[in-house]
Design a binder for this molecule. Sequence first.
Ligand code: NDP
Length: 336
Amino acid sequence: NRAIVLKQRPQGEIQEGDLAMEARPVRAPGEGEVVAQVLWLSLDPYMRPRMNDAKGYMDPIGIDEVIVGESVARVVESRSDKLKVGDLVTCYSGWQEYVTFPADAPMVYKIHQKNNVPLQTYLGVAGMPGRTGYCGLMYVGKPKAGDTVVVSAASGPVGTVVGQTAKQEGCRVVGVAGGPEKCRFVTDELGFDACVDYKAGNLEDDLKAACPDGIDIYFENVGGAVTKAVAPLLNPGARVPICGYVSAYNAKDMSEVETPFQILKALDPVPEHRFFLVTEWQDRHQEITQILADRVASGELKYRETIAEGLDSAIDAFKGMLKGRNFGKQLVHIAD
Ligand code: NDP
């Protein structure tokens, strides 16, 4: 078994020597446990803050520990009657090829694969990021028909689901993404009403032009300059679900970065806003996964993905994702 472990805490962007591939023996399963082979590994922005020493909403990864992460895995050995050899699950395996865990561990879910929904989609728009976008929009954003909804990181798995769900709710949807190719995808393929390229150098004016009636919901994924451009356009009664702020994740000291909370609290009136975690709706995991998988199966939920091949490519792919080199959900394909 090979695993990618944290050797030292990155100072800013991940550098050579911060993470390393190591051989780690596969632990023999005890009673009630299984061994699973990782087929697809999900790379997600939250992994970067967890490499820091500061305690956020989750504990930091320890030095010499395997980097955290969710995967699609196949059971290859079982000492449990809950999972049998050949079963496919999503589980928090970390960045490694094999993992041993109790079959009834929290966050282990058997995949009920729909006909034409590819397995890795259960890590993307029909997985954790998809549920994040869906729940954050519906239960924190509370969309009403006719609202103008702006979502940043629009071409990624969270943004993709937010925008397409908001369209179904009868909203006018404006994405924010980096570069003309991503913006074209967001409007032409995902069906958003407009998409602003925040890298084009005219963010404030372009956003204003795209939102002639102001903004009723801003779904926050990135923070920083985008939040500042959004702030003056928020209508009275606006809601801001704060999902993440990826522009700060590579900061040397995240506590020194101006947060979306600070930017929003300085407004008059202060818009309704709160940080939420997808796990708030953990009891509805299966139900919401089903809703999203059905939409993928029927073709109404569209998405894009970027696939890195082999565990060796994970570090580079992860570094790239934090800079927007990914186009859609970033995955690592490890085995068939
Ligand atoms: P994405 O696949 O969208 O990847 C991150 C994207 O962020 C990049 O592709 C890039 O897109 C954009 N980005 C990077 N740096 C900047 C910057 N400086 N300014 C603006 N955009 C930037 O990620 P996800 O869809 O998986 O996640 C989106 C957000 O959701 C993240 O903040 C993540 O932490 C959060 N999240 C929160 C959860 C929760 O429970 N609260 C759960 C899951 C995700 P581009 O090229 O367009 O710039």
